[in-house]
Design a protein around this ligand. Structure first.
Ligand code: GLN
Length: 187
């Protein structure tokens, strides 16, 4: 198994370290040529979704990435990745990857609580999962094909639709491998 990690900006190295601990090979996608390499899945990391979107467009990666996901390639988006995959973002109409039937509120926790850590349950995982939120979004609405995997303070923070997995938190910043293991099992 070989997983592509979008490496335009943000926390991408941490994902490759998590995958390595699971014995899974990964490579970084920095330009369109990298995307041509054989791959079984994609990870879209946290960072700044507007910057990542701009780079995806400029590098001619937006359309092929969207197409691959629509064709069934498994994808895991954390934080900014969750935003890029959402069909709707509260308060704006930018065209993103937009493959997941979710509505997302960006920077949803405001300034006071912009970053925080908790441990909470995720469906299908048998222990409380460490969750680091950094200027995080949350999901406000999901379509009928979306399975909610975790809620924190009444807000959806992890979900799955077919082969698409998203978390509002950053599992790659703690040493618990269970979310990455869940994704690898999906792949
Ligand atoms: N606030 C960022 C955005 O809107 C996401 C933050 C993150 O990925 N940690 O893109």
């Amino acid at each position: 198994m070989r997983i592509a990690i979008l490496a335009l900006q943000g926390a991408f190295i941490e994902h490759s370290k998590m995958l390595a601990q699971l014995g899974v090979e990964s490579f970084e996608v920095r330009q369109a040529a990298d995307w041509e390499q054989p791959k079984d899945a994609l990870i879209i990391p946290g960072g700044e979704s507007t910057t990542m979107l701009k780079l995806l467009r400029e590098l001619n990666l937006l359309a092929p990435v969207k197409q691959a996901i629509e064709d069934g390639m498994p994808v895991f988006g954390t934080c900014a990745g969750l935003i890029l995959l959402a069909k709707h973002v509260v308060g704006d109409v930018l065209e993103r990857i937009s493959t997941m039937d979710t509505t997302v509120c960006r920077n949803a926790y405001g300034r006071q609580l912009s970053s925080f850590y908790i441990e909470s349950n995720v469906k299908g995982i048998d222990h409380a999962v460490p969750m680091t939120f950094i200027r995080a979004p949350y999901i406000t609405n999901v379509g009928k094909d979306v399975e909610v995997l975790a809620e924190v303070n009444g807000h959806i923070v992890a979900a799955r639709q077919g082969k698409q997995l998203v978390t509002a938190f950053h599992p790659e910043l703690n040493d618990d491998l269970s979310i990455h293991r869940l994704f690898v099992e999906m792949v």
